[in-house]
Ligand binder design. Structure first.
Ligand code: SF4
Length: 327
């Protein structure tokens, strides 16, 4: 059985169930790298040039982990996932960068995904990918249908039940790790989080941000809990046309949280990434207008856990006091 490696980084948090269903439908086995840790980050960073963003360094570390554990690695070149909104160029260049920087990587399955080129082109690309596993077109068709069904169920479940991708994945593939409510310091605070899924849900990159907030008793809202259509509508109501794929996860989510009257918003981004700063700025201005507390966390591989926790505690403390005074 062919083993397909899937790095637990970047597109993993949104599309892993769909990829797994597709490859298994073709008779392959999927192998996923473990959650990010120090060794994975260091090994990825050792291959990347200095100015590469943290999530891509982490991605390279995951690919390196998969070398010799699988027969091929799935690294799509994502240009656009529709609505004429584009992913950042790093996503498009991932397969080529990986080939150049990790020459020992097994063969890379690198379909170029650009939904703006239409359905027909997408099916051609998927059938070409499927030929790596089988010449039976019917089998590929069935695998595509099953993968799409799984993908819809996954995203519907997150918005319906108000859970994160991590909780949804735990529910689907393993038993759920219960969060210890600790001292329950924040019994009634609702905190919205905005940012890229691969930053929000990678506990090593963000020093277990969600876990910490939940352990303090806070109720967390993340973009997946809102639902794709609601994010899109909220985003376009503020900025009109969408340009970047993740704009809805930042501007759309921020606006939805503000409409839902959250007690505070935390934005999480990696250090030095231009477009994010502009998007975050839109939400920050709206939060200021509506007098909703806003905290921006900028992360890189040198971000100290202690410093981050101190900022988080100070922010939550301020939000709680403000809420008590306004009640
Ligand atoms: S959007 Fe920013 S953080 Fe994400 S991969 Fe591109 S450069 Fe890196």
């Amino acid at each position: 059985m062919i083993k397909v490696g899937i790095p637990r980084a970047l597109y993993y948090y949104q599309y892993y169930p769909m990829c797994k269903a597709f490859f298994e439908g073709l008779g392959a086995e999927t192998v996923v790298s473990p959650p990010t840790n120090k060794a994975i980050l260091s090994s990825g960073a050792s291959r990347a040039v200095g100015e590469t963003c943290l999530p891509v360094k982490v991605f390279f570390g995951h690919v390196k982990f998969l070398v010799e554990k699988c027969d091929c690695v799935f690294i799509p070149a994502i240009r656009s996932l529709g609505r004429k909104a584009y992913h950042c160029s790093k996503f498009l260049g991932l397969p080529d960068m990986t080939k150049a920087l990790i020459p020992e990587c097994p063969p890379i399955l690198d379909p170029e995904i650009d939904l703006n080129q239409g359905r027909r082109r997408l099916y051609q690309i998927i059938y070409t990918l499927g030929r790596y596993f089988t010449s039976d077109k019917g089998k590929v068709k069935k695998a595509v249908e099953e993968a799409w069904k799984v993908n819809l169920a996954y995203s519907n479940r997150m918005s319906r039940e108000g859970i994160t991708p991590i909780q949804a994945l735990e529910g689907i593939y393993q038993s759920k790790e219960e969060v210890d409510p600790g001292d329950n310091m924040l019994p009634s605070l609702r905190i919205g989080i905005i940012g890229h899924p691969y930053v929000i849900y990678d506990d090593y990159i963000n020093h277990r941000l969600i876990f910490r907030l939940q352990a303090m008793g806070g109720e967390i809202l993340t973009p997946e809990m809102v639902g794709e259509e609601a994010l899109y509508i909220a985003m376009t109501s503020l900025v009109g046309k969408q340009h970047w794929s993740f704009e809805a996860d930042i501007i759309g989510a921020g606006e939805c949280y503000l409409e839902a009257k959250v007690d505070g918003i935390i934005s999480v981004a990696v250090f030095g990434y231009g477009p994010d700063s502009m998007l975050i700025n839109v939400v920050q201005r709206r939060a200021r207008e509506l007098k909703t507390p806003f905290l921006h966390l900028s992360l890189d591989e040198h971000t100290s856990e202690g410093g981050l926790v101190t900022r988080l505690e100070a922010f939550l403390d301020m939000v709680e006091r403000r809420k008590r005074i306004c009640a």
